[in-house]
Design a protein around this ligand. Structure first.
Ligand SMILES: [Cu+2]
Length: 132
């Protein structure tokens, strides 16, 4: 959870990496590198069989990836600034249409831009891995 991307200082309020490839059963920890952020799942962007999560501000929440699919999450204070991210587990294409649809209801110009970038990255991974 970052205020500024050290590799691209134009990018503010972000999770890094914004798209994370993971395996079923992995645990992901959200590290509070900067303060004032949280991580929580986005409605409609949790795979079937997995639980929604909601960390408090500055909380280094850990989640175990218990189902395959695409997990979308955001930082509540900075959602409209595009502070969102995705975790891809196993065959993550199973709920990708639902994720894409839910993404349409997220507000904010920076959010729309970042979601489009991340979804393009996700599509490229799906193609690379023969899942598309
Ligand atoms: Cu934030």
């Amino acid at each position: 959870m970052l205020n500024v991307d050290p590799d691209d200082r134009q990018q503010r309020m972000l999770f890094k990496p914004g798209v994370l490839r993971a395996q079923l059963g992995d645990t992901v920890k959200f590290v509070a590198s900067d303060r004032g952020h949280n991580a929580q799942s986005i409605d409609g962007m949790t795979p079937d069989g997995a639980e929604d999560f909601r960390g408090r501000i500055n909380e280094e929440i850990e989640i175990t990836l218990s189902a395959e699919g695409t997990y979308g999450y955001l930082c509540q204070p900075h959602q409209t600034m595009g502070m969102i991210g995705f975790i891809l587990v196993g065959d993550f294409t199973t709920n990708l249409d639902a994720v894409r649809e839910a993404a349409g209801s997220l507000r904010g110009r920076d959010t729309s831009r970042r979601v489009a970038e991340y979804l393009a990255e996700i599509d490229a991974i799906a193609t690379d891995e023969g899942l598309a």
